[in-house]
Design a protein around this ligand. Structure first.
Ligand SMILES: Nc1ncnc2c1ncn2[C@@H]1O[C@H](COP(=O)(O)OP(=O)(O)OP(=O)(O)O)[C@@H](O)[C@H]1O
Ligand SMILES: [Mg+2]
Length: 231
């Protein structure tokens, strides 16, 4: 007989990334804040957006918040090379893109994100990335206050918020978001047989069991997938 007191009753949000939901014991806990951090080109944006499209295919709304001053069409052009991308979903407005790159202060960023969260009621939110926001606000009290207010509000709305971050494992302990987040996924390169391969590791995930150790990442036109064994 199962021990009911030990049954995991946390509601999960499937990422739809092949291999990742198994690592997370079903998906991200709802609500939660996930820090998706790592080196350039390791697949952070692909992973986060693939999960947004997965949600949209389940008739769930999602919000992609861009903090870099790249026009929307440039981001969408890059993403449209993937099979999971769907122009029909974009046109249906289930998945919306929000540009916050021009906003100069924390209060206005908070207001814009919350206003759009109330309007769209997204289950999944991606902020890509937090580094330009931190640079703009100076990384001091205004930034910390914004992150604290933003993340607690979004949790209150029942969202799973993924914060993309350009920090590698070695500098993670200096990052206040690493302590605020419920979960941390780190993407990295490792040299294998004189070439660099992509890897992913779930470092922490509050309130759930998860697989530890690095897993191999493959990115192709089909999107990102994770392999069970380190190859
Ligand atoms: N069709 C494809 N086939 C194989 N690999 C691909 C394909 N499309 C993208 N990639 C790989 O994915 C990488 C880009 O992934 P992505 O932009 O999601 O990474 P990122 O971690 O967000 O990068 P950055 O830190 O620069 O924003 C490319 O550098 C490339 O290695
Ligand atoms: Mg990116």
């Amino acid at each position: 007989m199962r021990d009911l007191s030990k049954m995991d009753t946390t509601e999960r949000l499937k990422t739809g990334i092949p291999g990742l939901d198994e690592m997370l014991d079903g998906g991200f806990p709802i609500p939660s804040t996930i820090l998706l951090s790592g080196e350039p080109g390791t697949g952070k944006t692909t992973l986060a957006v693939q999960s947004l499209f997965h949600g949209a295919r389940e008739r769930e709304s999602g919000l992609y918040i861009s903090a870099v001053s790249e026009p929307r069409w440039v981001i969408q052009k890059f993403l449209s090379q993937y099979d999971f991308y769907s122009q029909r979903i974009i046109e249906s407005e289930l998945l919306q893109f929000l540009d916050i790159s021009e906003i100069k202060n924390g209060e206005d960023i908070l207001n814009k994100v919350i206003r759009n969260t109330k309007r769209l009621q997204p289950r999944r939110i991606v902020i890509d990335s937090i580094n330009p926001i931190r640079s703009k606000l100076g990384g001091g009290e205004e930034y910390r206050e914004l992150m604290y207010d933003l993340l607690s509000s979004l949790k209150g709305y029942g969202c799973v918020t993924t914060l993309i971050c350009e920090t590698s494992y070695s500098d993670l302990s200096k990052l206040s978001e690493a302590y605020l987040a419920d979960g941390i996924i780190i993407c990295s390169y490792r040299e294998v047989e004189s070439s660099r391969k992509k890897y992913l590791e779930v470092l922490k995930m509050r309130g759930t069991d998860h697989t530890t150790g690095m897993r191999a990442v493959n990115i192709s036109q089909k999107g990102l997938s994770i392999y069970p064994e380190l190859r």
